[in-house]
Design a protein. Structure first.
Length: 255
């Protein structure tokens, strides 16, 4: 293992040197990008949670690969490791309403994802069709959200729809091409956030009944769950697990 180089999920160079002293023969370096979330927490655990939220979609996809390697159903595996009834309830709800596990045509598949944050819980199940000439499209989505005490259910539904669209975009189409340190996209025409024709015509958002005496947050709660669900559905439909995003990133214009 000597000679191994590891990239630290922190820009703290002193932390990197400290780890090198603890791990002789290894090179530990800070990232050379400035797009990591700021470490604004008061403790190491707080900062770890801040950074972990940015990797949750990838974790959900990795969990599906573990399920496949273990011969376990992805929903069943998640349920087996969940720690409370609120977690289980949102996942069981989307599996039931979305008819998880039904037979699907070639090139189509289901995917599921889960996320908890802000003292709230969200699960997402999607159907994807990868056979269309225009590219893969999510055709159906079911989300269940538990915010403890929902105050305004309708805006909460809208927040889940926004998170779903973010997740679809991040996995399938959304990104920038960097050339000589600059993006070649010049506006929304080239920055491929999902349009109406790339969003599912069938969406169900379920706001769970109150489970606490105070409201939790909703912010970006649906995004990691949607990223995981879309990525997992794409992998099941194509047989290829995406390892870079978005999966469709063609320059079809003259910069």
């Amino acid at each position: 293992m000597d000679g191994l180089t590891a990239v630290l999920a922190s820009r703290n160079a002193h932390k990197a040197r400290e780890l090198e002293r603890l791990l002789p023969g290894r090179t530990i370096r800070p990232p050379d990008r400035s797009d990591y979330p700021p470490e604004t927490g008061e403790t190491y655990l707080d900062n770890a949670r801040i950074k972990a939220a940015f990797a949750r979609g990838a974790e959900e996809m990795f969990l599906d690969q573990l399920a496949e390697a273990m011969g376990r159903d992805p929903v069943e595996l998640r349920l087996a490791f969940m720690q409370n009834d609120r977690q289980r309830a949102v996942l069981e709800k989307v599996a039931d309403v979305g008819d998880w596990g039904r037979a699907m045509a070639a090139g189509t598949a289901q995917g599921v994802g889960f996320h908890q944050e802000y003292q709230s819980y969200c699960a997402c199940l999607v159907d994807i069709d990868t056979t269309a000439a225009a590219g893969p499209r999510v055709t159906k989505a079911v989300l269940a959200v538990d915010t403890g005490l929902p105050i305004n259910p309708r805006p909460l539904e809208g927040q889940m729809l926004g998170g779903l669209t973010d997740g679809i975009s991040l996995v399938l189409t959304l990104g920038n091409h960097g050339v000589a340190g600059l993006p070649i996209e010049s506006g929304w025409t080239h920055f491929r956030y999902a349009r109406q024709g790339q969003t599912p015509p069938d969406v169900t958002v379920i706001v769970m009944p109150p489970t606490a005496d105070r409201p939790g947050g909703a912010g970006e709660l649906a995004v990691p769950a949607a990223v995981g669900a879309v990525g997992n559905a794409y992998a099941r439909a194509t047989g290829t697990v995406p390892s870079s995003f978005p999966v469709s990133f063609t320059v079809d214009w003259t910069p």
